[in-house]
Design a protein around this ligand. Structure first.
Ligand code: MTE
Ligand code: LUZ
Ligand code: MOS
Length: 764
């Protein structure tokens, strides 16, 4: 059985040998030209005059295009049409693309793009989320969710905690930048190879931009060097510009973003700003909560609506909140349009309640773990305390068992004591410890996106080609889907190959996002493979006698009525008998619904649980710190591939740790992003991984009928490094012998850590 085995990533050897092809590695067609973008120098302005003569005259330049050159819609907004591909009369953020220049070489195009002479009439710019909120500047109407009587419950609560907090944004920092290579096809057609999580959306944007029917546009992606949400909607600008240039010039045009341009142009994870008011009892149990969240959307809506919705649906994290009032707004600021990033608002929702848990514990002098446990959703066999604030019943809760196992396997209590002893005799270096859990809802919260298609082709030599709507960004989706098909047909994994994602093969696909890639495409591919297996089983039963459903497919052999033949022999017989050896497959996740007005329903198919314990050491004189050890227990259900899942968990953990610690986005007071390269924006390095890193999968089986009863793993582990942040906070609190609660905002950079240390010291 191929499902469930720790096979290496299908491209692992190619990856490490440097021979896996990314978009920029494709051999260039003869006559290929290169484009670059001219960016707005201002955060908010009316464009006065745009003199592009010097750009046109620059060496190697072939053409210059602006918004006026779109035969169709100059538009790449994924949901709302507020996102021009190239700026029109106004610019809305510093870095917004205003024109494209095409030259013989990449370098010539980039040099020419700097020569534009554009005059601007500046408009007032809103740069901060709170400032935009105060001005009532939003990209979407506010969201509101209420359950119970939070007003009364807050009044009656014996203890109360009010405050504000914030968490920063995060650049996706995919190693392969945004890129699109557009090749004119016969007639007016266009073939675009690009780095995207959403080929169908690219097809639609290009078709609309060029005024073509969708059938004239084909978009293809073999793999990405990372997407992390940043190529869900925002690959469209690059695909749209490359296609525009290729359309007019009838020559192949490649647009490859330089890292600085990529960071200046594209949106990031939304920074969130919170106001909370929580009532609780002396045991630390939350009785009521009023929570306001401001998500900084940037200049346009993009995916901010579903991001804020996911944040609202994750403020509970693993905790039962009886009476709540939650408001969320998407603030319009004159900055990049923030977009999907691993977790998609879920981390920003959940970390607020974890901050509240930590605050309550510090106020009550309790171990934060005990406060957390006291607030968990009820055990799965327990009625009451198991309906989320948005009305979905939690039927698969394993957080009690999972946290108990991790608490014990990580020696949490013993280490807590040892750390207290260490801190008592260490004046400068302080250690901290934290355990944080997560519960993450799996499914697109936009119900109709939960569908997928696949094609399975069986060739006469018994080898199998699979195509499905999902994209490969390093997460191992193609490996998992190939495993599902190999399992279904009872053949070795080496007999199955997944080909590039292609809009010409599967139509109307959803983005590979919301961690649903394997859930959706695995089921669709299983459906296709199953149909072929059933035809083959019927044939075998006809030949050998017996019932079709008793035919067994295993390890490349077919057994029927005590006779056996190879899979390949049966395939050849099927061909001669004129039996169809390929099939399509389709899947739509059942039982999902959502009412956007009341923010209630059943948006998720199931929940993925996990928990982590982190131990850090902080230098209280410099603010430097190190993660000494991390223990993780993650619920992947019956994992489709434990090796790949472990990689996803490790990667997400370190990526989330970067978000909450060293990665800081800084805009100057003119609205220019000053951290637009790795020299000023610090992502984690291999040296930041803990020397002692213990990742385990929790023994579980999905109660929902997911693909082979597995659970998604792409995004949820990004919530595990909350434990790193709270361990740092714990270390800082020890400076005041845990009498003060450190005012630590995220990211906990060295500066932020020093500020918090200073605050607890001066309060003493
Ligand atoms: N892993 C790698 N190596 N590269 C990526 O870009 N993206 C993450 C996650 N893991 C990503 C990754 C995000 S944001 C999502 S939504 C999921 O993978 C998408 O893939 P899946 O649904 O197949 O898990
Ligand atoms: N919802 C969601 C979405 O939960 N995750 C996503 O990535 C997404 N993308 C687009 C629209 N809704
Ligand atoms: Mo992932 S943020 O859903 O692409």
């Amino acid at each position: 059985a191929e499902a469930g085995r720790p096979h290496p990533h299908e491209s692992a050897v190619l990856h490490v040998c440097g021979s896996a092809n990314y978009t920029d590695d494709l051999p260039e067609l003869q006559g290929t030209l290169h484009a670059a973008l001219g960016l707005s120098a201002q955060a908010h302005a009316v464009i006065g005059t745009m003199n592009l003569e010097r750009v046109r005259q620059a060496p190697g330049v072939v053409a210059v295009f602006t918004a006026a050159d779109f035969p169709g819609d100059n538009q790449c907004g994924p949901i709302i049409r507020d996102d021009p591909i190239l700026a029109t009369e106004k610019v809305h953020y510093a870095g917004q693309p205003v024109f494209a220049v095409v030259a013989h070489s990449h370098e010539q195009a980039r040099r020419a793009a700097r020569l534009a002479d554009i005059t601007y009439h500046p408009l007032p710019a809103l740069l901060h989320a709170r400032e935009a909120d105060a001005a009532g500047s939003y990209v979407l109407p506010p969201m509101h969710l209420q359950r119970g009587d939070p007003e009364a419950a807050l009044e009656q609560a014996p203890l109360r905690l009010r405050g504000q907090w914030q968490v920063g944004g995060q650049e996706q920092f995919y190693l392969e930048g945004q890129i699109a290579y557009a090749m004119p096809a016969e007639g007016e057609g266009m073939h675009v190879v690009c780095s995207t999580q959403h080929p169908s959306e690219m097809q639609h944007v290009i078709a609309h931009a060029l005024g073509l029917a969708s059938h004239a546009v084909r978009v293809e992606c073999r793999r990405m060097g990372g997407g992390f949400g940043g190529k869900e909607s925002q690959s469209a600008l690059w695909a749209g510009v490359a296609a525009l240039c290729a359309h007019h010039l009838r020559r192949p045009v490649k647009l490859r973003a330089d890292r600085d341009d990529d960071m200046l142009v594209t949106g990031k994870r939304h920074d969130f700003h919170y106001d909370y008011d929580v009532g609780f009892n002396a045991g630390g149990r939350i009785l009521a909560a009023r929570i306001g969240m401001i998500a900084r959307a940037g200049f346009s809506a993009d995916l901010s609506g579903p991001v804020a919705t996911r944040a609202v649906c994750h403020v509970d994290n693993a905790y039962y909140l009886s009476d709540v009032d939650i408001r969320a707004v998407c603030a319009r600021t004159n900055t990049q349009s923030n977009t999907a990033f691993r977790g998609f608002g879920g981390p920003q929702g959940a970390i607020l309640i974890e901050y509240v848990m930590d605050e309550i514990a510090r106020q009550l002098g309790m171990d934060p773990l005990d406060v957390r446990k006291h607030n968990f959703y009820g055990r799965h066999d327990e009625e009451g305390r198991n309906i989320t604030h948005y009305g979905q019943k939690v039927t698969d809760n394993v957080i009690h068992e999972l946290v108990a196992e991790l608490e014990s396997s990580s020696d949490y209590r013993q280490r807590r004591t040892a750390i207290a002893a260490f801190n008592a005799t260490s004046p400068v270096l302080k250690k901290g410890l934290a355990l944080t859990p997560h519960k993450f809802g799996i499914a697109f919260n936009v119900t109709h996106l939960n569908q997928a298609g696949a094609l399975v082709h069986v060739y006469l030599d018994g080898s199998v080609s699979v195509n499905h709507g999902g994209t490969e960004m390093g997460q191992g989706l193609h490996t998992k889907v190939a495993q599902v098909v190999a399992h279904e047909l009872g053949i070795p994994l080496s007999a199955v190959r997944v080909s590039a994602t292609d809009t010409g093969k599967i139509a109307n696909t959803s983005a590979t996002a919301a961690s649903t890639g394997a859930d959706l495409n695995g089921k669709a591919a299983q459906d296709a493979a199953r149909q072929i297996r059933q035809r083959l089983a019927q044939l075998a039963a006809n030949r050998f006698g017996g019932m079709p459903d008793q035919v067994r497919f295993h390890a490349g052999t077919v057994v029927c009525n005590e006779q056996r033949c190879s899979f390949q022999e049966l395939v050849q017989q099927a061909y001669l008998a004129r039996v169809q050896l390929w099939s399509d497959g389709f899947y739509a996740t059942p039982d999902l619904h959502w009412d956007g007005k009341t923010m209630t329903g059943h948006p998720f198919s199931y929940y993925a649980y996990g928990a982590a314990v982190s131990e850090v050491i902080v230098d209280t004189l410099t603010g430097e710190w190190k993660l000494l050890r991390a223990d993780i227990l993650y619920d992947a259900g019956q994992s489709l591939n434990p090796a790949i899942d472990q990689g996803q968990i490790e990667g997400a953990f370190i990526q989330g740790m970067g978000w909450l610690t060293t990665e800081e986005l800084v805009w100057n007071n003119q609205g220019k992003l000053t951290t637009h390269a790795p020299s000023t924006y610090k992502i984690p390095a291999i040296s930041d991984c803990p020397a002692d890193f213990r990742v385990k999968l929790f023994a579980n089986c999905n109660v929902t009928d997911s693909i082979h009863r597995s659970k998604a793993v792409g995004e949820p582990p990004l919530l595990l490094p909350f434990s790193v942040f709270f361990a740092i906070r714990d270390a800082i609190a020890s400076v005041s012998a845990h009498r003060r609660s450190p005012p630590l905002t995220a990211p906990a950079t060295a500066e932020s850590i020093l500020r918090a240390i200073h605050a607890v010291q001066t309060a003493e």
